[in-house]
Design a binder for this molecule. Structure first.
Ligand code: 5CA
Length: 442
């Protein structure tokens, strides 16, 4: 893949309208382009990162046996009237009238639509539990969209829904998503802390937000520092294991602003362990029992008895995560982006010094590219005639984690290879491949 053939409109300077790092960087490196207030197009570089994040989210959902579906963005107002949320949801909902004068809406979330699918498809308790998810665009007419894709109006979300026979089984499903989220964020190289949270317009009385620490975050959080040490690596999907995991976390005080109580915080957490800071909400899970199933009449037959199913819903901000990773991983010292290799737009940049009358470096680069590709490394060649240092600056800015440099007197065997932010070393191509692949998961 040649840089010169791609749509990566890099700007010379940071755009003045952006206030936080992620927004500035995403605009400057041409990852996104604003199309109107709070609405963005995803250009190739940003789209690639988002798709890699989406795939990790998907793999972790599949591991807890959630089934992927795809619901539409446009929904009928009828089901929202049944649940009672059509009025409640207020001005954040984008309401549209079609040519038949029917009221439709652009979905801000999907509890009603999934409940409608469930009630038309599942009749017996024997088909429970059902865990279903989709990854789809949402629209919320936020009063103050800001910080680029972090709080925008149209955004990409993974939303999952669980259906169970009773509260105990419902909470077991909830706990599966709880673990799945910890695993997902770990694979994204993020330390996300589950915090007791408010339920807002989704409802219910059990809810956790998954928050990553960042000064630019919009959520104020209060926590015991020890919570960062809780380990989930040995947790299984078995009921006791999941219950214990929740208990391990819930041993420590960790709440968002709405749930904060100073007296309780001071009583439970020693001064030196208290952490008051800001964070970004990257996921949010809810358990709300029969809040939707009852008014919408979603029930199963349980030995001749009609039982309303118990539900939960589970969201990950897939598009928000692109910005959240930038905020969490930005290298302040070297002033460059530092993508975790699992989601980097490219894993390795090949940077040849190219002149009009000498194409040897370009030929070498193509050779290297083929070898990397054969070993599943996602690489890019900067084939432009820019000077060497501006090529390096450009790829530092983009945050490609590894670079191969082909300067004036480049060798045929030993190549200059560097990890972003570090000094270069000379390595053979096979060793370069091994270094990169050893950092990848699979
Ligand atoms: N139905 C539930 C769970 S599926 C739900 O909608 N939850 S939510 O409102 O908390 O949204 C889930 C996630 O979407 C949030 O944790 C956040 O990461 C992301 N999100 C919410 N609003 C926005 C927004 N305006 N811009 C970008 N991401 C958002």
């Amino acid at each position: 893949m040649f840089f010169s053939t791609l749509l990566i409109p890099i700007l010379k300077n940071y755009p003045s309208e952006a206030k936080i790092k992620s927004h500035k960087l995403m605009l400057r490196t041409g990852m996104i382009k604003q199309s109107s207030a709070g609405i963005y197009s995803w250009l190739p570089l940003g789209f690639k990162v988002m798709k890699k994040i989406e795939n990790i989210v998907r793999e972790e959902q599949n591991k807890i046996f959630a089934q992927e579906i795809l619901m539409p963005t446009i929904q009928s107002s009828e089901i929202w009237k049944e649940s009672g949320r059509y009025e409640d949801y207020g001005e954040e909902m984008l309401r549209i009238t079609d040519r038949q004068k029917r009221e439709i809406l652009y979905g801000p979330t999907n509890e009603e639509l999934i409940t409608d699918i469930f009630r038309n498809s599942i009749k017996s308790y024997k088909s429970l539990p059902q865990l279903l998810y989709h990854i789809q665009w949402k629209f919320r007419d936020e009063l103050r969209p800001r910080f680029g894709i972090m709080r925008c109006r149209e955004f990409y979300m993974k939303d999952a829904y669980s259906f169970d026979l009773n509260d105990e089984l419902g909470e077991h499903s909830y706990n599966k998503f709880y673990l799945s989220y910890l695993k997902t964020f770990k694979r994204l190289d993020l330390k996300a802390i589950p915090m007791a949270a408010d339920t807002g317009p989704i409802g219910g009385n059990l809810s956790h937000e998954f928050i990553i620490l960042a000064e630019t975050g919009e959520s104020k959080i209060y926590t015991d520092k020890n919570i960062f040490e809780v380990d989930h690596s040995d947790c299984t999907l078995e009921k006791n294991s999941l219950t214990n995991l929740r208990k391990k976390f819930e041993n420590y005080y960790a709440v968002t602003d709405e749930k904060f109580n100073k007296a309780v915080f001071d009583k439970l957490v020693t001064k030196e362990n208290q952490l008051e800071t800001k964070g970004i909400e990257v996921g949010h899970i809810f358990y709300f029992g029969d809040k939707y199933s009852k008014p919408m009449n979603a029930s199963v037959d349980y030995n001749g008895k009609k039982v309303f199913v118990k539900m939960g819903s589970y969201g990950v901000g897939v598009s928000r995560l692109v910005g959240a990773i930038i905020e969490a991983k930005f290298d302040e010292k070297n002033e460059n982006m530092n993508w975790p290799i699992n989601v980097a737009p490219y894993e390795c940049a090949i940077l040849p010094l190219v002149s009009k009358n000498d194409k040897t470096n370009l030929e070498k680069s193509i050779n290297i590219f083929k070898k990397l590709k054969d070993r599943n490394i996602d690489a890019i060649i900067d084939d432009t005639d820019e000077n060497f240092s501006s090529k390096m600056k450009k790829f530092n800015l983009i945050g490609v984690p590894y670079q191969i440099l082909l300067g004036k007197k480049s060798d045929d065997e030993m190549f200059e290879f560097k990890k972003i932010g570090e000094e270069s070393i000379k390595l053979k191509i096979d060793d370069i491949i091994n270094v990169i692949n050893s950092k990848k998961e699979n």
